[in-house]
Design a protein around this ligand. Structure first.
Ligand SMILES: Nc1ncnc2c1ncn2[C@@H]1O[C@H](COP(=O)(O)OP(=O)(O)OP(=O)(O)O)[C@@H](O)[C@H]1O
Ligand SMILES: [Mg+2]
Length: 267
């Protein structure tokens, strides 16, 4: 398949989309093996959804991609270059959309979006205004520019967090739980936004999520981590067809009052 062209959502400038390769990645914290020899690739312009129970290593894996953790062994390649090597993370524009949005409550939505380009001196105030306005437009948030985060619903805050990431003109977007704590309609809206950014701009996308509808609805491929191990890698159709009991229990857990899980949990 030819490499799709990434189109910068802010400037419309085209460049090859970037890919990510996780190669035999292991991470130990003392005796805890948080990641065990995990390997997969995220193709340029693809949406990869990483799922798995709480504590299975999803956030630790994301942190390796943005250079906040270093591997115990193995490596992460971004656009073919080792993420841990000097210069790699400066050469690829990566935006991470945090679960809680991480907006500054004392700043208006406009100023939240303008913060990164102002701090990094990415243009004059007029140029920054253009970028911020464009990002707000893409997400239909123009009317929120002068509001403050406390005036917005949870769903809108998450959308603002995505708009703020767009101002960074990302080639690679990482989302940590973009639909958690949202009602089903708002969750579907955010899934549509993520898929639209990929379809229209070929932003390579990695989503960490527990949301089945999101994963089955927008993922090109899904990886499932359990206790640090990648136990499944495949398309939504392959997940639906899987006969693996662990996958079935993760996707469709049955409430069992005769043998409740909380009585068997390790502490
Ligand atoms: N800096 C750290 N030091 C020690 N242990 C850590 C550190 N970061 C993560 N861990 C441990 O690694 C394991 C994986 O954590 P991680 O945050 O990746 O889980 P997760 O899959 O993102 O879970 P959740 O769905 O709850 O967010 C957990 O047991 C966690 O306690
Ligand atoms: Mg996490």
């Amino acid at each position: 398949m030819p490499c799709p062209l990434h189109r910068n959502p802010i400037t419309a400038v085209e460049s090859p989309a970037v890919g990510v390769a996780i190669e035999g990645l292991s991470k130990n914290f003392g005796k805890l093996q948080a990641l065990k020899n995990v390997s997969f690739t995220v193709e340029p312009g693809e949406i990869f959804v990483l799922m798995g129970p709480s504590g299975s290593g999803k956030s630790v894996l994301l942190k390796h991609i943005v250079g906040l953790e270093a591997p115990t062994s193995g490596r992460v390649l971004i656009d073919g270059r080792d993420a841990a090597a000097e210069g790699t993370l400066e050469s690829v524009r990566i935006a991470l959309v945090f679960q809680a949005g991480a907006l500054f409550n004392s700043l208006s939505i406009y100023d939240n979006l303008a913060l990164y380009p102002r701090e990094h001196r990415l243009g004059t105030e007029a140029q920054i205004k253009e970028k911020v306005t464009r990002a707000l437009q893409i997400l239909s948030l123009e009317n929120t520019a002068h509001k403050f985060p406390s005036e917005l619903s949870g769903g809108m805050k998450k959308r603002v967090a995505i708009a703020r990431a767009l101002v960074m003109e990302p080639q690679l977007m990482l989302y940590d739980e973009p639909t958690s704590e949202l009602d089903p309609v708002m969750s579907a809206t955010n899934s549509e936004i993520i898929a639209t950014l990929k379809d229209e701009y070929h932003v390579t996308t990695i989503v960490v999520s527990h949301d089945r509808e999101l994963a089955l609805g927008i993922a090109d491929r899904i990886g499932i981590l359990m206790a640090g191990e990648l136990v499944f890698l495949g398309t939504p159709a392959e997940i639906k067809a899987s006969t693996d009991a662990r996958i079935a229990d993760f996707f469709h857990p049955k409430i069992d009052l005769k043998n409740p899980r909380f009585k068997n949990l390790e502490t």
